[in-house]
Design a protein around this ligand. Structure first.
Ligand SMILES: Nc1nc2c(ncn2[C@@H]2O[C@H](COP(=O)(O)OP(=O)(O)OP(=O)(O)O)[C@@H](O)[C@H]2O)c(=O)[nH]1
Ligand SMILES: [Mg+2]
Length: 375
């Protein structure tokens, strides 16, 4: 007689069955499967999980060295279960296969079983394997073994591990009477101009600082007009530079300002020539700070490429935009760990000037882990 049914949740049936196998051994009997929705572990929104209810089968568990997972579905057959029938059979075969090869028990030899779901969740959120292992190992080292089964303790320790991977820069430090020059650079459409407008509005309206704008975005039709519209609404001086040799003049044109924000044309990370051209514009004025603007919606590979290619312009900080739109931040986390540049601001929507905040380590870690949502 099956006893003590237990529930296992995972992103895929295969992962859930792996958990069942680890926990209950080869004689496990699957009592039922269903789909459940749960708030995303990393990022926003919800995701579908597969929940498997299983029990150990005393009849078969101790009897054999050939591990098998039997999958009789004895709960009422729903459409879901029916549609999964085939898949279950295939997975049954796959699990048997893996067991025969002795691989399941060695998939994660160094991880305590209770932390395997945490590891699986990180992988599912597209955190690269090596980083996911590092984070879970950190959790394992931080906690006493008896705490592994306490979700809140695991959550806090994981947050702590993630915080260690997100370097933070202070907000732009403007000293009234001293001109600070700050440039924003980055791939196309990531939100540079909108972020310049948000920063300008906040520094001028909230802090009363004299702020001016320079645009070197003379490539895209209406790009200058976009910034000019913001400049008019916020009532700021705006100067345009069409060539590197015009940069100094453009800044002087703004008059006596405490903060110069330079908006630049979006560049494809693949277009090295244009990025070099941008570097020429900036080296003509040597900004005090250059922030590389990255969209949290972008995948890990393109984020990495942007960080790498824009190193020519000597960006020393990162601004993460569109956190409100991102579906999972595993890629962002991975890139931040390698970017060697701290994050200065986060932007969380299209509204100027509201949807921007100085980066905060704990907040960013919680957002990345889905412990907190934007706004
Ligand atoms: N959801 C969301 N949208 C944003 C955010 N920041 C900017 N946007 C939107 O992204 C789009 C592009 O913004 P821009 O500021 O024009 O981007 P850009 O980097 O200046 O673009 P290029 O100059 O063409 O390279 C606009 O529709 C913005 O409203 C954000 O934090 N969240
Ligand atoms: Mg722009």
């Amino acid at each position: 007689m099956p006893a003590n049914p237990r529930t296992y949740r995972a992103a895929t049936l295969k992962e859930a069955l792996t958990q069942v196998r680890r926990d209950l051994g080869g004689g496990a009997v699957i009592l039922g499967t269903r789909e459940v929705r749960r708030r995303r572990f990393l990022g926003l929104g919800t995701r579908e999980l597969v929940e498997v209810t299983a029990t150990d089968n005393a009849m078969s568990s101790a009897s054999t060295n050939t591990p098998t997972v039997s999958v009789p579905i004895i709960s009422p057959v729903s459409n879901f279960q029916a549609s999964f029938g085939d898949q279950l059979s295939r997975l049954h075969a796959m699990v048997e296969d893996l067991s025969r090869q002795g691989r399941i028990d060695h998939l994660l030899p160094e991880l305590p079983a209770e932390l395997v779901p945490t590891y699986a969740n990180l992988l599912e959120a597209e955190v690269p394997e090596a980083l996911a292992r590092r984070l879970v190992r950190h959790v394992a080292e931080r906690l006493e073994p008896e705490e592994f089964a306490r979700p809140e303790a695991v959550r806090l320790a994981l947050c702590d591990a993630v915080e260690g991977c997100v370097p933070i820069a202070p907000p732009i430090a403007v000293v009234p009477g001293t001109r600070r020059v700050v440039a924003l650079v980055g791939p196309t459409g990531v939100g540079k101009t909108t972020t310049v407008a948000k920063l300008a509005a906040n520094f001028k309206l909230a802090h009363g600082l004299r702020t001016g704008l320079v645009t070197v975005d003379t490539y895209r039709i209406a790009a200058v007009e976009q910034l000019r519209t913001y400049a008019e609404i916020i009532d700021l001086p705006l100067a345009v530079a069409n060539a590197p040799g015009e940069m100094r003049r453009a800044i002087e044109e703004l008059g006596d300002v405490d903060l110069v924000l330079i908006d630049t044309a979006g560049r494809s990370p693949r277009d090295e020539v244009k990025i070099r051209e941008l570097a020429d514009f900036l080296s003509a004025v040597r900004p005090d700070e250059t922030h590389l603007v990255l969209s949290a919606v972008a995948g890990e590979r393109s984020l990495r490429a942007a960080v790498e290619r824009f190193s020519i312009v000597r960006a020393d900080r990162l601004i993460l935009t569109k956190l409100d739109e991102a579906d999972g931040l595993g890629g962002v986390l991975s890139v931040l760990g390698h970017a060697d540049r701290p994050v200065s601001y986060l932007t969380t929507g299209q509204a100027v000037p509201d949807d921007i905040e100085p980066a905060n380590r704990a907040r960013l870690a919680r957002l990345i882990l889905g412990h907190e949502v934007v706004q």
